[in-house]
Design a binder for this molecule. Sequence first.
Ligand SMILES: [Zn+2]
Length: 149
Amino acid sequence: MFSEGFFKGLVVNYFMEDCIFCKIASEEITSYKVYENDGFFAFLDVNPRNRGHTLVVPKEHIRWVWDVEDIGGYMEVCRKIAMAMKKAFDTEYIACAVLGEDVPHAHIHLIPRFPKDGHGGAIKFNLIKSFTDGEMKEFATLISQNIKK
Ligand SMILES: [Zn+2]
């Protein structure tokens, strides 16, 4: 007989193998990396809704943001990045969103807002901006350089 834990382990492994955010966080897949510490990893969204649009994920495969045990540490990382974005892009307004539908690995969106950025009162998630590889690298560098260690 197999224990319930055995099957849970199988399910977790099955999803992790195919999880793109697990692969990004372990740097198996390269990304426009912004920041990492022991528990969390931040990188640019490849479907940016504005310049600098960043996703912050736990390194561990966790489905929902609210299941991240160190939620305080998670928020500290988000705050650190948001503060760096304010400097990097000279804006006061950093939008934050938890949606969770697109990839089944907890992630928080941090999106710098600008006057007349086309989004209006709320982020239009179907409004995807286009930036060159060089621009994306520049955004990631700008944010990471402004992060307080
Ligand atoms: Zn994952």
